[in-house]
Design a protein around this ligand. Structure first.
Ligand code: ADP
Ligand code: MG
Ligand code: MG
Length: 636
């Protein structure tokens, strides 16, 4: 999202009445983008990360930690710097859903040379420092996926109260003041999603059952029909959209390559979700899930009862299986077509219009499918647009389909090419971890493209994996469907050599097998070569300078260790910390003091003041400003 301009949101009734208008013009706008830019080629690899942070306030006297609702204060200063010197800033800051969140990205995207890996972590550190300088002494910005006591009484600073009778979230737990109010978009989404759905959103997370865990968990089920007694009940968009994540965007050389990347990264999304698992605690309880994904999915689920299949279809057209925040439903490349094995809904007329304008089946189906969703946020200034020039109606629907992958067309009149966004990862505690994961995924994309690998499995299996990825301890214990035979007819000899010892014999063995995260990442003898060995084989064929080599190897070593279970995921680390805390009563409760001590501990780990081999592995030599390559120093 770019710097937000103010605007006047329409009421839900007005928005609803314009849903068809947005759909029609959004599709025309996509057709126009496609027509102008389908031949665009020769773009080089560019890429960038996005990290979201929670502003935490530590109250040392009472040993409490709160979320600090100061995002707007920070952003007004950070964005002023950007306005004053748009090309000079080394970081960009954007608002996020919650009044305690900010999002930071590098000032400009990274380029295709391996030397860029040397600046990723130092840019992340610089960003953290830049925002931290604006904080009060007792505040800290933390790249934690979820604030463990989000929604508990008095979890904000300044203190606020939920308004179940108000016209915003209507939550029993999440106050409207915790929604970012610097732009009307966020509260508008809250209201419209609730109104479209016809009721409160509801998420029921199974509680982690310890020996003293109380069931029912609390009294929610007495107040709300939707609440399940043995679950942690969450009832507001903020519980999901108030979580932080780590995202990556890649620019492809042309639309075809973007389609390939979109598809090939899809089977990796559940693997990376399990690998980055960092959010086991919600509303002050340990749950049986390690990841945020289904929470966000439920928190913006605007489907009506008809669309959820609870009532016969009357007002609505479709029963829709997934929330608008969910895993993707179809592949986009020719190679992927045969693995599109789940129902892909769309309006026939939308699809027809796209086809009649020269868009092939797979892309037309993808776009038409995005447009089964109604707009849930519309501004009066944006109703009437020039479809030749503007893309707001397209972006309106595109940007509120929050899926594991996003296929991004070039913005109009820009130098930016066709891009793909990888959206599954949870935010990690330290810049080291975030940098390692980011560099690893970038390297995997390079291997996929240069070795012409094929990771595709049926989409239904990716969906199954995404659910398993969120289970407690999935990174260590779950098995995931993964493709075994990944080389193609056009793979170069190096790729075949690297896979030779691994690929099963005979060649026509089962296409997919069940593997652990460790086996996918580190390899399974006789079955699968492993992503790290593939990356290493790719790097062996490259001319890598010593400094870059050292950076990369350190990141890969960390990835290997976490995948093998030698070191913990953040989710496992948090569970362990909570359950071993002296104040823990074996009742699944993350008390104020446990929350405070946990966040302090995570802060120390991030700052490197107390080493944490069980989360990070051995000593990590962080990339600092001093040892980044001279040529890149001025840019990042
Ligand atoms: P969104 O919020 O829609 O996901 P952003 O505009 O916040 O997207 O940008 C996401 C990431 O894309 C940032 O890390 C940014 O550095 C990166 N980026 C910017 N320009 C390009 C480009 N041309 N190619 C690839 N990535 C880019
Ligand atoms: Mg963004
Ligand atoms: Mg993004």
């Amino acid at each position: 999202m770019g710097l937000l301009t103010e605007g006047t949101p329409l009421t839900w009734e007005e928005t609803k009445n314009l849903a068809q208008h947005v759909r029609e013009h959004g599709i025309i706008q996509f057709i126009n983008i496609y027509r102008k830019l389908k031949e665009r080629k020769g773009d080089v690899l560019k890429w960038g990360d996005e990290i979201e942070y929670v502003i935490v306030k530590f109250k040392d006297e009472t040993k409490e930690a709160k979320v600090s609702l100061r995002a707007e204060d920070l952003l007004s200063i950070l964005n002023k710097k950007e306005q004053d010197d748009p090309d000079g800033v080394k970081s960009l800051w954007r608002p996020e859903f919650a009044a305690y969140m900010i999002e930071g990205t590098p000032g400009k995207p990274y380029g295709g040379t391996l030397a860029h890996f040397n600046v990723v972590e130092s840019n992340m550190k610089m960003r953290r420092k830049e925002a931290s300088e604006l904080l009060k002494p007792d505040e800290s910005i933390m790249s934690i996926t979820n604030f463990p006591r989000l929604g508990c009484p008095n979890f904000t600073d300044p203190p606020t109260k939920p308004s179940p009778e108000g016209d915003g979230s209507k939550s029993l737990f999440f106050p409207d003041e915790a929604v970012f109010s610097g732009h009307p978009r966020f509260m508008n989404l809250v209201r419209n999603i609730r109104k479209r759905r016809g009721e409160q959103v509801a998420i029921n997370l199974p509680i982690f059952r310890d020996k003293n865990t109380k069931i029912p968990v609390d009294d929610s089920h007495k107040i709300r029909k939707a609440a399940k007694p043995d679950c942690v009940y969450l009832d507001a968009m903020g519980f999901g959209m108030g979580c932080c994540c780590l995202q990556l965007t890649f620019q492809a050389c042309n639309i075809e390559e973007a389609r390939v990347l979109y598809d090939q990264l899809t089977p990796l999304s559940p693997i990376m979700l399990a690998f980055t698992a960092a959010s086991p605690a919600y509303r002050g309880f340990l749950t049986d899930v390690d990841c945020r994904w289904n929470v966000i999915s439920g928190s913006v689920d605007c489907r009506t009862e008809e669309e959820r299949g609870l009532k016969p279809l009357k007002e609505n057209k479709f029963v829709i299986k997934k929330s608008r925040y969910d895993s993707i439903d179809s592949y986009l490349s020719a190679q992927g077509e045969k693995y599109n094995d789940i129902e892909i809904l769309y309006n026939e007329e939308d699809y027809r219009k796209l086809r009649d304008n020269g868009i092939d089946h797979l892309l037309a189906q993808h776009i038409a499918h995005l447009f089964i969703r109604d707009t849930v946020s519309l501004f009066s200034e944006k109703i009437n647009q020039n479809d030749e020039e503007d893309t707001d109606h397209f972006e309106n629907i595109q940007s509120t389909n929050w899926q594991t992958m996003r296929f991004k067309p070039p913005p109009p009149h820009s130098t930016i090419g066709w891009r793909v966004e990888f959206r599954a990862c949870e935010a990690q505690v330290t810049d080291f971890e975030n940098a390692a994961i980011v560099c690893f995924i970038v390297l995997v994309t390079r291997v996929i493209l240069s070795y012409q690998l094929n990771f595709l499995i049926p989409i239904s299996k990716v969906d199954e994996n995404l659910q398993n990825a969120q289970k407690r301890n999935a990174c260590k214990e779950q098995k995931f469907w993964f493709r075994k035979d990944i080389t193609t007819d056009v793979s170069p000899p190096e790729a075949n050599r690297c896979c030779a010892g691994a690929s099963c014999e005979p060649k026509d063995c089962d296409l997919v097998g069940l593997m652990t995260v460790n086996e996918v990442i580190n390899g399974k003898p006789g079955v699968f070569p492993g992503l790290i060995p593939l990356v290493n084989s790719y790097l062996n064929g490259m001319d890598v300078d010593a400094d870059t080599h050292c950076t990369i190897q350190q990141y890969l070593k960390f990835i290997q260790k976490r995948a093998s279970g030698e070191i913990l995921t953040a989710a496992s680390f948090i569970r362990k910390f909570v359950t071993e805390h002296p104040d823990y009563k074996h009742d699944s409760v993350v008390s104020d003091i446990i929350n405070y001590d946990l966040l302090k501990r995570l802060k120390d780990i991030e700052e490197g003041t107390k080493p944490c081999p069980e989360l990070l592995g051995g000593t990590t030599m962080s990339k600092t400003k001093e040892n980044i390559p001279h040529a890149l120093k001025n840019d990042y």
